[in-house]
Design a protein around this ligand. Structure first.
Ligand code: SF4
Length: 375
């Protein structure tokens, strides 16, 4: 009875996944942790009459707390981890020359598409888990001993702009001994529904900040939600020691925006690196065919399945048009501009995590995908 006309195929999913949230928050034996993806905070407000791009993160945190979630964290924190890992992987591949171009791995819509359509290119996809999955794996590890001591179980709920994130969380290689990195994925639309179900008046919520220690993200982590954002974050990281800011500015004016194919060239340690950014699977398909035909050459390629990137994901409020996409992206870039930490490796909490639990647990951040030619 709760499902809405906008979701003709997802009626049961919607009901079940919100039901899972309710069950988790009412179960005293569960430590319920939520993560919120960057794109959600610039779109959820539309469900409650606000303009696209309006940032409502404080109210979203507050709403999740009101629903009974114990700790609320920022997926952009995990995006900072992804930037560090993926940059490292990219530099290694640039040195060996193997499996180039490196394709980004944070969009499960794209990964699935590549597995089905271009199984011979699966090794080119980054082994980095997506931020959603990295976060789940790290949280489960972080609370492992405490859970055992307290007889609790940690449940990771993620709030995503995306329906493909549900399938990603359910993938077999993203669980260990039956424990999933992420237990429940709800979309922005589903969160709006939960808020209504709970009788919360969104407008009247007092803003709250993220919990610590995983609630602090850099601007780089936040812009993951818009097309070009991952590239910008990785390049910012690679050029961190290079004082040539004007080169960066030129570069970023190329990677931002809604063109189907964006390209940029820059130098890392005397080596020319060529990158491409595509969004929408049609553009990705076309580009890969050109690469296979030898017509184009790149070292790094960012692919997002949704035109515009995650800000325009299938779980976001509808209707949506180009203008709204631009406004949502603007919201993320504004957060980047006003954030205290500009690049991922300057996030002190991420860096201390790398020196602490990730030191001997690096595999928590990686996954080795297999081609499934199932078309
Ligand atoms: Fe999901 Fe679309 Fe973002 Fe890919 S681009 S992760 S399919 S919302």
């Amino acid at each position: 009875g709760q499902c809405r006309a906008v979701c003709p195929t997802g009626a049961i999913i919607i009901k079940n996944d919100n039901q899972k949230v309710w069950e988790a928050v009412h179960d005293k034996s569960k430590r319920v942790i939520a993560q919120i993806a960057p794109a959600v905070r610039v779109a959820l407000g539309e469900e409650f009459g606000l303009n696209p791009g309006e940032v409502t993160i404080g109210k979203i945190v507050s709403a999740l707390k009101t629903l009974g979630v114990d700790e609320v964290y920022d997926t952009a924190f995990a995006a900072d981890m992804t930037v560090i890992e993926e940059s490292k992987e990219f530099v290694e591949r640039l040195i060996t020359g193997e499996n180039l171009p490196l394709f980004t791995s944070c969009c499960p819509g794209w990964v699935k598409f590549a597995e089905n359509k271009f199984p011979d290119m699966v090794d080119n996809i980054s082994t980095c888990k997506s931020p959603q999955q990295m976060f789940g794996a790290v949280i489960k590890e972080y609370y492992k001993n405490k859970d055992k001591k307290e007889g609790k179980e940690t449940i990771m709920i993620s709030v995503m702009p995306c329906t493909a994130k549900k399938a990603e969380a359910a993938r077999e290689e993203l669980q260990h001994n039956g424990i999933r990195d992420v237990d429940v994925v709800i979309t922005t639309q589903e969160l709006a529904l939960l808020i209504r179900e709970a009788g919360i008046i969104f407008d009247q919520l007092e803003e709250e900040s993220f919990d610590m220690p995983f609630g602090l993200a850099s601007g780089s982590g936040i812009i993951f939600g818009a097309t070009g954002g991952v590239t910008e974050a990785v390049v910012t990281r690679l050029l961190r020691d290079k004082p040539d800011h004007s080169a960066k500015d030129i570069l970023f004016s190329n990677v931002r925006g809604m063109d189907n194919l964006k390209e940029a060239v820059f130098n890392v340690d005397g080596k020319e690196v060529k990158i491409a950014i595509v969004h929408g699977l049609k553009s990705a398909d076309k580009l890969i065919k050109q690469i296979k035909a030898g017509e184009r050459h790149y070292d790094f390629i960012e692919v997002m399945a949704c035109p515009g990137g995650c800000i325009a994901g299938g779980g976001q409020p509808v209707p949506m048009n180009t203008e709204m996409r631009k406004e949502r992206a603007k919201g993320l870039y504004k957060l980047d501009r006003t954030s205290h930490i500009k690049s991922s490796e300057k996030n002190p909490l991420v860096m201390s995590l790398f020196e602490d639990i990730l030191k001997d647990n690096h595999e928590l951040l990686h996954v080795h995908k297999k081609a499934e030619a199932e078309v």
